[in-house]
Write a protein that binds this ligand. Structure first.
Ligand code: HEC
Length: 129
């Protein structure tokens, strides 16, 4: 019974997400798609690098003035603790009590491309794919 509940909620790291995000379908092949990563990189430079840094390391030119500093997306330990759905949720809804806004101006496909890019930053094998 308990197992059924756990399984129905998807990967454990996604369990704390609101239902609409907990069960959202990650586009098939997203995390190994070079094309998605490249599109995400272009969007990141345009919309995100000001705070998150052109390298995604958290050192954007605006980062020092923020009440909460952006984390380092190139740190493999962050990558291993999060998930595509978590990153998608943060992009779509923003992060409460931080300067991270909800990106309603980006559509769902663009948001997933950003997920692919951001999660490739701490993945040493991503460049080989
Ligand atoms: C105004 C500055 C700012 C901009 C612009 C911005 N962010 Fe953020 N972002 C933050 C801050 C501050 C946080 C909270 C600290 C953290 O988790 O890095 C955050 C958090 C996040 C997180 C959550 C990380 C986690 O595990 O909790 C993701 C993912 C993210 N941002 C992606 C993006 C993407 C993608 C863009 C561009 C579409 C973007 N951000 C634009 C400031 C910004």
């Amino acid at each position: 019974m308990l197992l059924a509940i756990v399984l129905s909620c998807g990967p454990s790291v996604d369990r704390d997400l609101p239902p609409a995000y907990r069960d959202v379908a990650v586009p098939p092949g997203l995390m190994t798609s070079k094309e998605a990563r490249a599109r995400g990189a272009a969007l990141f430079r345009q919309h995100c690098s000001l705070c998150h840094g052109v390298l995604g390391d958290g050192h954007g030119i605006r980062s020092e003035a923020l009440s909460t500093r952006p984390r380092d997306f190139t740190d493999p330990s962050w990558r291993s603790e999060t998930s595509p759905r978590h990153v998608y949720f943060a992009i779509r809804e923003g992060v409460r009590d931080t300067p991270m806004p909800a990106w309603k101006s980006l559509d769902e496909a663009e948001s997933w491309d950003l997920v692919a890019y951001v999660l490739s930053l701490g993945d040493r094998d991503a460049a080989k794919r």
